[in-house]
Write a new protein. Structure first.
Length: 406
């Protein structure tokens, strides 16, 4: 690792979120504290991104996602590759393989549990042997959820002498357009699942990303439209819960079951009080169900993809990114019945503006903050980066982590 001259390589710098990341990296690390490069498959497009961001002295690396030799040459130059090239189930396999084989650390923005599981099964042993630390889900899915739970559990342990065996996350506020890349990943996952009964069963398993020897058997609650007395609001299912909950359970497993073997975790959208809140909860539930059903039917999926849903590479304007935000509340209860809560906020739209900053700081944390003796393998943001990443996000990425007065 010591002969690599770059700290971070931004792979997929020409994508919509890649361009936001490139501008942010330029703002953050223009002082030379992090040596970085941009990479992708088209030199001319990378040059355009470089020119538009006003980069100077930032190397351009050309590497196609299907070109193993080019990916090996790229990985030989950098300590960390951060990838925005999705859907990862279609384009991400080879890069993870090369990183695992070469001892190159890796982080990405995937929210595709079926692909993450495949990568773990295929490359975990190799990554452990090479020392490569692989960290998926370093954007809005699933850093706020994973680190929010980590933050709350740490304070519960300090305050009560035990962690919470139940945490409910509520999306209090969220403003920002849907990510075209996220929609593409979701569409691909539904396509895969529609023809694969084993995958459909896997996607119903809340512990599907946990190591095979995990000791969890508690039945996780299925969120439905209902009134939440503790939070004081109607709630509805949250579309990102499918990936976030699995990452949180994996963090529990990787940390020696530090949240407990009977830990329960759920996420939901808070839609407000009274009749209006109830209507919003019903509309959110029906809308999400209709979307998933529509994506499973080829003619309707074609209509949604071509006419209605945002496409990869499309996203909110800079004004919309700046006006976006999110606010998540975590409500914890210990086995003794003590309660504790915290709030996690972000100052940009979750899918692009905040995600770009989260991934960049995760990559910087991977490159500069992790001790050399930490093992390779497939980690989560909370278990590998924990408090160090929380600090980076609060200082440099517009996130806040705060305990609530109970």
């Amino acid at each position: 690792m010591m002969d690599k001259n770059l700290d971070i390589i931004v792979y997929g710098a020409t994508s919509f979120v890649g361009q936001i990341i490139t501008r942010y990296m330029h703002e953050q690390f223009n002082d030379g504290t992090v040596k970085w490069a941009i990479a992708g498959r088209s030199r001319s497009k990378l040059q355009q991104v470089s020119d538009a961001a006003g980069l100077s002295g930032v190397e351009i690396i050309v590497a196609d996602a299907n070109d193993e030799e080019a990916l090996k040459n790229m990985c030989a130059k950098g300590k960390v590759v951060m990838s925005t090239v999705g859907p990862y189930a279609l384009y991400g396999d080879l890069l993870v393989q090369v990183c695992a084989e070469s001892g190159t650390h890796y982080c990405d923005l995937t929210g595709e549990p079926q692909w993450i599981r495949k990568m773990q099964e295929r490359h975990e042993a190799t990554a452990r042997q090479s020392g490569a630390r692989i960290v998926h889900c370093c954007g809005f899915d699933s850093i706020p959820s994973d680190l929010g739970v980590h933050f709350l559990q740490r304070h519960a342990l300090e305050k009560f002498g035990q962690t919470c065996d139940r945490i409910d996350m509520r999306v209090a506020k969220m403003k920002g357009g849907a990510s075209g890349g996220t929609i593409a990943s979701m569409t691909n996952m539904v396509k895969e699942a529609s023809g694969d009964a084993d995958l459909r069963r896997e996607l119903k398993n809340p512990y599907s990303l946990c190591p095979p020897d995990h000791q969890f058997s508690v039945r996780q609650r299925s969120v439905k439209m209902e009134y939440d007395d503790r939070y004081g609001s109607w709630i509805a299912p949250f579309i990102m819960a499918a990936i976030n909950t699995r990452v949180v359970h994996r963090s529990n497993a990787l940390s020696g079951n530090s949240y407990g073997t009977g830990f329960m975790y759920e996420e939901a959208m808070a839609t407000g009080k009274g009749a209006r809140g109830k209507r919003m909860a019903r509309a959110t539930t029906w809308g999400m169900n209709a979307l998933m059903m529509g994506l499973a039917v080829p003619p309707i999926r074609w209509l949604l993809e071509t006419k209605i849903l945002p496409k990869p590479g499309e996203g909110p304007s800079e004004k919309e990114q700046l006006e976006g935000k999110f606010e998540l509340v975590f409500l914890g209860t210990t086995p003794k019945g003590d309660t504790i809560a915290c709030r996690v906020t972000g100052d940009r739209d979750p899918g692009y503006g905040s995600t770009a900053k989260m991934l960049s700081q995760a990559a910087a944390c991977l490159a500069q903050d992790i001790p050399e003796d930490v093992a390779g393998g497939f980690w989560t943001p909370a278990t590998l980066m924990g408090d160090g990443l929380v600090e980076r996000l609060q200082n440099h990425a517009g996130l806040t982590f705060e305990l609530e007065a109970e």
